[in-house]
Design a protein around this ligand. Structure first.
Ligand SMILES: [Zn+2]
Length: 217
């Protein structure tokens, strides 16, 4: 498969001829409240019908900024399909929302639950840069209010567009794998901890119609 090399553009910029052929509905690309900056490797992702989507999965990038997240998302991890790992939407610290993969493609953002879900990634340092160090599992950075307000707005926009969207989950709930710590193989740490203990779940439940995919205590 040939993938165009340059693919950085935003809403209403001219699109590269033929590149987005096969997208079912280009209303996700134009006339949107979010910036569109599709990943070059999106073309290799599987298509799905929007009616299959029932859950939003919340992630933290565990990276210091959006540029670093972009770098990771552009990496190819699956040579066969020439695709990588990313969410569909990214929200920066100041509340800027960007769409990197349209919802009608299945993005690789959570093990075992990609097909029916949309991944939303919040820029947040998490455990960066010692993700799996046993000495570095504290998660104490709050999410800025502007970022959370943008998330609530995005969830409500998606709820209007996606008839079967009813649930929300954190990545940490769907991937509860423990792995050997990077500094001490005898210790175990959580592979995924995002969006972590500082994520304001109550604020999301109060301000969106979504309910938890997995019942919470
Ligand atoms: Zn995640």
């Amino acid at each position: 498969m040939t993938v165009p090399k340059v693919m950085v553009w935003v809403n209403k910029s001219p699109m590269r001829a033929g590149w987005y052929d096969g997208l079912m509905d280009d209303s996700w690309l134009t006339d949107t409240p979010w910036q569109v900056r599709l990943l070059p490797n999106m073309v290799g992702l599987e298509s799905r019908s929007l009616g299959e989507i029932n859950t939003i999965v919340i992630h933290a990038t565990e990276l210091p900024n959006l540029a670093k997240a972009r770098q990771f998302a552009e990496e190819i991890h699956y040579p066969g399909s020439q695709t990588g790992n990313s969410g569909h939407f990214y929200i920066d610290l100041d509340g800027t929302v960007e769409c990197w993969v349209t919802p009608e493609r299945v993005a690789h953002h959570v093990k075992g639950y990609n097909r029916p879900s949309i991944g939303i990634e919040l820029v947040h340092p998490g455990r960066y840069p010692n993700w799996l160090s046993s000495e570095h599992q504290n998660w104490d950075t709050p999410y800025p209010e502007a970022q959370i307000e943008a998330l609530i707005d995005l969830i409500n926009q998606l709820h209007v567009r996606l008839p079967q969207l009813h649930h929300i989950a954190g990545h940490e709930e769907l991937d509860q794998t423990w792995v050997a710590a990077s500094d001490d193989p005898d210790k175990k740490v959580r592979r995924k901890l995002d969006p972590g203990p500082t994520f304001p779940w109550d604020q999301i439940y109060t301000n969106t119609p979504l309910t938890p995919l997995i019942a919470r205590d």
